[in-house]
Design a protein around this ligand. Structure first.
Ligand code: PEP
Ligand code: MN
Length: 350
């Protein structure tokens, strides 16, 4: 249930209610908004709920008690009407600014990573992406450089100042990957790896949760709930396309999911048109559609020589194409009353 306190409620009132509910076996999630304090109480046996709600509602400091009917609670907007903004080394995700995470699908070597990082930063990207542990459908294909890849990303961060996002594939590597990553990425294949989600929930580290390729929006939000309910509230969602009958594109980018998630959840949402389409020619138009639909940012794969890329070359933008794309994106961002997190560097695209 959600307990909405009146504006007169004091800190002591909050403490008393929290202690009372914790004593009855509820898990508590506090949300202090600008105007209202909301207490989310989760997890007590069903038969107690109606009675406890009635009792709490008699308190003068309580405005309303609302049952939560959705299968996710902490990540839902009922519990937290204000939008969540996540600060990653000064880069703000979920505020007015649109952030672009860019970089290669996988880290291949240091010089190439540095080249891409420097260029993407100049073109306006504020977060560097790259995979060191790569999920792969085929056991025979490249699986990434592992910790050596993370060290390369850390070197790129040291030089450019860009925070880094990288995928965590296996719960056994979590501590090590978290040592390097500024944002942990949970990929589409792991969205339902509840053991991994729970362990990430126990950390205090931003995480980007990609939508499972065959998951509904509700299942995806429940996966986010696994993380948030353990106390890690810094969850970013990422729409990366779903499987449909269409085979022309690698996946079908679900633009509907963006406004839907914004209505249902307070968490920021990023769009990944690279995996969403699988074709570099479609990345720019779909990215623009995602921003127009309300996405808080983008994840874009960029490679200096896509024809030589070890993975995902067909969906990677070349450096100059990326710079041109960033130039075209800025007016679309402004048209939907948002702000590019960069100032355009026109000479890169001319
Ligand atoms: C990736 O970002 O490189 C990746 C593997 O993404 P997804 O999990 O969406 O396939
Ligand atoms: Mn990829």
């Amino acid at each position: 249930m959600i307990i909405i306190l009146s504006s007169q409620a004091t800190d002591q009132d909050v403490e008393k209610i929290v202690a009372n509910l914790e004593g009855r076996g509820y898990g508590i999630h506090l949300s202090r908004g600008v105007e209202k304090t909301i207490i989310g109480a989760i997890g007590a046996p069903d038969e107690d709920k109606a009675l406890i709600a009635q009792q709490i509602e008699t308190l003068a400091c309580v405005e309303r008690v609302v049952p939560i009917l959705k299968p996710y609670k902490v990540v839902g907007r009922e519990f937290h009407p204000d939008r969540t903004m996540i600060d990653v080394r000064g880069v703000k995700i979920g505020g007015d600014e649109i952030v672009v995470m860019a970089g290669p699908c996988c880290i291949e070597c240091e010089s190439q990573t540095l080249e891409v990082a420097r260029f993407c930063k100049k073109a306006g990207a504020t977060i560097l992406r790259g995979g060191a542990f790569k999920p792969s459908t085929s056991p025979y294909s490249f699986h990434g450089l592992g910790e050596d890849g993370l060290k390369i990303m850390a070197a790129a961060r040291d030089e450019t100042g860009m925070p880094i996002i990288t995928e965590i594939l296996d719960v056994r590597d979590l501590e090590m990957v978290a040592k390097y990553a500024d944002i942990l990425q949970v990929g589409t294949r792991n969205m339902s790896n509840f053991g991994l989600l729970t362990e990430i929930g126990n950390m205090r580290k931003p995480v980007m949760l990609k939508r499972g390729m065959s998951s509904t929006i509700e299942e995806w939000l429940q996966a986010a709930e696994y993380i948030a309910t353990r106390g890690n509230y810094e969850v970013i969602l990422c729409e990366r396309g779903i499987r449909t009958f269409e085979t022309f594109t690698r996946n079908t980018f679900d633009v509907n999911a963006i406004p839907a998630v914004k209505e249902l959840s307070h968490l920021p949402i990023i769009a990944d048109p690279s995996h969403g389409t699988g074709k570099w020619q479609l990345v720019s138009p779909v990215a623009k559609a995602a921003i127009a639909a309300g996405a808080d940012g983008l994840m874009i794969e960029v490679h200096p020589e896509p024809q030589m890329a070890l993975k995902d070359g067909p969906q990677s933008l070349k450096l100059d194409t990326f710079a041109q794309f960033m130039k075209e994106l800025a007016p679309i961002i402004r048209a939907v009353n948002r702000v590019p997190a960069w100032s355009p560097v026109s000479e890169l695209a001319d």
